[in-house]
Every structure is written in C-alpha cells, then in structure tokens.
Design a protein around this ligand. Structure first.
Ligand code: PEP
Length: 257
C-alpha cells in the first residue's frame, strides 16, 4: 500500500575491525543481486574506523550498498577531542548517520536536546539522520510507550520544518527488544510506528508523513523480518546483532521473497 522504498540498515555497533569489515561487505555483495539491492535499500553502519575501508569496497565495485556512521558530533569542528564531525563523514561518502541510539542515550547520557542537535548537524551535511526512539521495559509495562515515544519524537524533531522532516528516517526501537532476542510482536511494532506517522501527519501534513520512512529495530532476524515488514507503517528495520552475520543480513534484505 505504500510507495516508500524499504530500508534495511545494519548497525554493527562496536564490532569488526577494518579487515573484517571488508570481508563482510564482500559477502553481502556476493549474496545480493542488483535487483535485490534496488528493491530494498541496504545500508551498513560500521564503526568510524571501518568507514574508509567500506567506502573503498563499495566504490571499487560500484556496489548498491550505502553506508554511514553510528554517531555524529553536534559541533562543526574544533576542540572536541574524540568527536567526529558531519563534514568528515560526508567527505567519506557517508549518506546516513544514527542519532539517539538507546545505547548512547543510556551509556553516554545523551539528552533529547543533544540528539536534536546531532540530527541538525547531520542535515547540515546532507546526511540522513536515523533518529532512534523507544521505551524501556518499565515504561512499556506501565502502558506509557506511546506517550514516551511521542515525547522523544517531538524533542528529536524540534525546530524542523516539514521539508527537513521528510529527509529524516525514524527508527522505533523498544529498548527491551534490543539485543535481548525479544522481538516486539508485529502488532506492537505497528502500534507505535503507526502512531509516529499519525503524529507526523498532524504536525507536518499528510504528504510529509507519507514520505517519511519509519523503521522497527529490536532483535530483527532473517526469520522474523517478513512479518514485521508486513505491517503498513513499518518501512524497514534497524538491525544490530544480525547485521554482522552476512547470511542473516542477506536474508533480511531478501525479505520480500
Ligand atoms: C540496534 O542496535 O539498533 C538493534 C536493533 O540491535 P539488535 O538487532 O541486536 O536487537
């Protein structure tokens, strides 16, 4: 029912050195046809230290595989030891960047304000931010997941006009489903992804809401991706663990078959 192109994004997290990164990209390229990569947009999100290697592999073979980073500095340049700027990522050919992943919110105390600033930094460098939102188990059990995600969405998109919102990908990642093997049911995923789109429609207009891709993330594997993708408001997946396993990620990209 939707004209949105499905997007499968692999968040490698802190895994794989540059040598292993090259091997994984080669395996993905070997396991996927041009048609499969055209039908389903496929993106890898390696650690910073692998990006140059991934660029070489992708450019060298003219692969239809996109790549990006897992984080970005909110600042342009300067005295920010250890940070990586959007301009640096863009220069390496990145087209995507994750902002607000729950692991960064939790372990690095990233606030909604910082996540919003990072999304702005991404857009300023023509990188597509993948804005992650999602509730923890306590919030889910108390029935507050919709309100929690709505708050994170609103804060993450603060100050953006409809034209900017259209350039953003939203990822609904319930924290209790990340890396736990507990996948949200397709209905749970649809409930929140549908609510995200309804809120976008209300605030930015129906057309904008129809254009934005909303991903689900949380223990997506080759054997559960199709049911999740069958939901009307789920346009793709942000995949962690299964994205560093070539066979799994290939199976995920091949979900329509
Ligand atoms: C993630 O890190 O965004 C994620 C969804 O991880 P996993 O697939 O391992 O649950």
């Amino acid at each position: 029912t939707s004209s949105r192109r499905p997007l499968m994004a692999g968040n490698w997290k802190m895994n794989l050195n540059h040598f292993e990164a090259n091997l994984l990209v080669q395996k993905l390229a070997a396991g996927l046809t041009e048609k499969q990569l055209t039908d389903v947009e496929t993106v890898v999100l390696p650690p910073f230290t692998d990006i140059r290697t991934v660029q070489t592999a992708v450019d060298g073979d003219k692969l239809l595989i996109g790549y990006g980073a897992q984080d970005i500095s909110a600042h342009k340049s300067g005295a920010y030891t250890g940070e990586i700027s959007g301009a640096m990522l863009a220069k390496l050919g990145c087209t995507y960047v994750v902002v607000g992943h729950s692991e960064r919110r939790e372990y690095h105390n990233e606030s909604d304000g910082l996540v919003n600033a990072k999304a702005k930094a991404a857009l300023a460098n023509e990188l597509t931010p993948i804005l992650c939102i999602g509730e923890g188990l306590d919030v889910r059990e108390a029935g507050g997941h919709i309100a929690h995600c709505a708050d994170q969405l609103e804060a993450g998109l603060s100050g953006f006009a409809a034209a900017e919102v259209e350039k953003i990908v939203i990822a609904y990642e319930p924290v209790w489903a990340i890396g736990t093997g507990k996948t949200a049911t397709p209905e749970d995923a649809q409930e929140v992804c549908g609510d995200i789109r309804a809120r976008l429609a209300k605030k930015y207009g129906q057309e904008t809401a129809e254009r934005v891709r909303v991903l689900y993330g949380g223990s997506v594997k080759g054997n559960n991706v199709a049911q999740i993708m069958a939901q009307p408001d789920v346009d793709g997946a942000l995949v962690g663990g299964a994205s560093i396993d070539a066979e799994q990620f290939v199976q995920i990209v091949r979900f329509p078959e």
